[in-house]
Design a protein around this ligand. Structure first.
Ligand SMILES: Cc1cc2nc3c(=O)[nH]c(=O)nc-3n(C[C@H](O)[C@H](O)[C@H](O)COP(=O)(O)OP(=O)(O)OC[C@H]3O[C@@H](n4cnc5c(N)ncnc54)[C@H](O)[C@@H]3O)c2cc1C
Length: 412
């Protein structure tokens, strides 16, 4: 894993923790370590945080954690949306599957804020701490390893030169296509979700629905609309592997299907005119059997890619970061970190990840598959309909989405 002779490293910098990827996981971990005086270098390949849509949700558990840091009220001052219900609508019947209003928390809703704005807010906060260093445009390409122990990374900077960061701990928070995961040879256990999603945008108009996300289901299709202020981010579900068939049927077929399922979009479907407006998300779900190696920890999507069911990836990535900070702050500060500390983080987080992935698998098999089968009329399965009527357990889906199996709290 050494650089080529022609790729001379122009500078090397020593820190206590090197984090690769300034998404929700990397940014929150960097902030939590820096505020406790741990020297952190956070490396991000993009020049800023404004990139393709990857979810704008900030869940109650994250708001509770920010509240512990006395940041929640300031974050809530930024103009945002609130999601209070998650619903299914099919054949004229609408069923609420998650009512966040009933949760016992100061924040009984999912806050909707463009992710770039959220990351900017956290970066601004972290910059107040002298032990925090953020390098944008730092594309990490290599691990520095000696005798199987990771001792840092090498990245290409905006100047196109090689730079090195050395640290007793490198954290891979570099997302679903993690470079570090492939460099260290970690192999995820994969499952096969039955769907893919097409993403595109429509204008949002006064009088459109708000405070809710509704999955419109029927005729072998499901569609949902995410509120992004002046526009809708539209998710259009399709059976895995059917993209070329859908593409050859053309955009006109998509527009017709949308109007059939969701009549109020008839006045704007014509804005969808070109396949360049459409992004295909190949839905994946996987998790690493082991999240660590000597000197290296993987968290967030780098350790477990989440299915989009329930929109929980950001929440789980942030909870990984909170537990990582809880376990690592002292050992990093005192230079006493061992691999047992890294194993402890996996031990704390893995049950929650396994539980939500099991739950998502169940929904994919019992709900999404039926929704995408055009030969079967869609109805929520009876155990789900029954569960949603019983006080005490009817809020299980809302709790799993809002908090996960348990709430991670920041250790003071
Ligand atoms: C289309 C789409 C919609 C989604 N919608 C939702 C939603 O509504 N709600 C939800 O909770 N989740 C959603 N998710 C999932 C969510 O985006 C992820 O689960 C979450 O972002 C994971 O956070 P992370 O910090 O682990 O990784 P990421 O957010 O992926 O961050 C990784 C960071 O690492 C950087 N990086 C990658 N490689 C390198 C490198 N070599 N060097 C330096 N930096 C690097 C990337 O640029 C990125 O900034 C969605 C995902 C997609 C793709």
């Amino acid at each position: 894993m050494e650089t080529q002779a022609s790729d001379t490293v122009t500078d090397s910098h020593q820190t206590q923790c090197c984090i690769v990827g300034a998404g929700p996981a990397g940014m929150v971990l960097a902030l939590l370590l820096a505020r406790k005086g741990v020297q952190v270098t956070l490396l991000e390949s993009h020049r800023d945080f404004d990139r393709d849509f990857r979810g704008d949700t900030i869940h109650p558990s994250t708001l509770e954690a920010l509240d512990q840091l006395e940041l929640a009220d300031r974050l809530l001052e930024i103009p945002h949306g609130k999601l209070e219900f998650m619903q299914f609508s099919s054949n004229g019947t609408t069923t609420t599957v998650a009512n966040f209003r009933r949760l016992r928390t100061r924040f009984p809703y999912v806050m909707i804020l463009p992710q770039a704005r959220f990351l900017d807010f956290l970066a601004e906060e972290a910059r107040q701490y002298p032990s925090f260093r953020l390098e944008l445009g730092a594309n990490v390409q290599q691990l520095v390893q000696t005798d199987g122990v990771t001792q840092g990374i090498r990245y290409r900077g905006l100047d196109n030169a090689w730079h090195e960061v050395r640290a007793p701990l490198t954290v891979a928070a570099d997302g679903r296509f993690s470079k570090i995961r492939s460099l260290c040879g970690a192999e995820p256990i994969k499952t096969a979700p039955p769907m893919d999603v097409l993403w595109f945008r429509f204008p949002r108009r006064p009088g459109d629905p708000h405070d809710q996300i509704t999955f419109f289901v029927g005729g072998g299709l499901f569609v949902f609309f995410l509120d992004r202020g002046d526009e809708w981010q539209v998710g259009y579900g399709l059976m895995k592997g059917s993209y070329s068939e859908v593409k050859s049927a053309g955009l006109e077929a998509i527009r017709e299907n949308l109007v059939r399922l969701v009549p109020w979009v008839a006045d704007r479907v014509e804005t969808l005119q070109d396949w360049k407006q459409v992004v295909v998300l190949s839905v994946e779900s996987s998790r690493l059997p082991t999240w660590h190696q000597p000197g290296l920890l993987l968290i967030g999507d780098a350790a477990h890619v989440m299915s989009p069911v329930g929109g929980v990836g950001i929440n789980y990535a942030i909870q990984d970061a909170i537990e990582a900070a809880n376990v690592l702050t002292e050992p990093l500060r005192t230079g006493q970190m061992t691999e047992a500390h890294l194993a402890e983080i996996q031990k704390r987080r893995e049950p929650a990840v396994k539980a939500i992935q099991w739950f998502q698998g169940l929904i994919q098999d019992r709900v999404v598959k039926t929704a995408l089968d055009k030969d079967r009329p869609f109805r929520l399965p009876w155990p789900a309909r029954l569960m949603l009527k019983i006080p005490g357990i009817r809020d299980f889906p809302a709790r799993m989405i809002a908090f996960g199996l348990y709430r991670s709290r920041i250790k003071e």
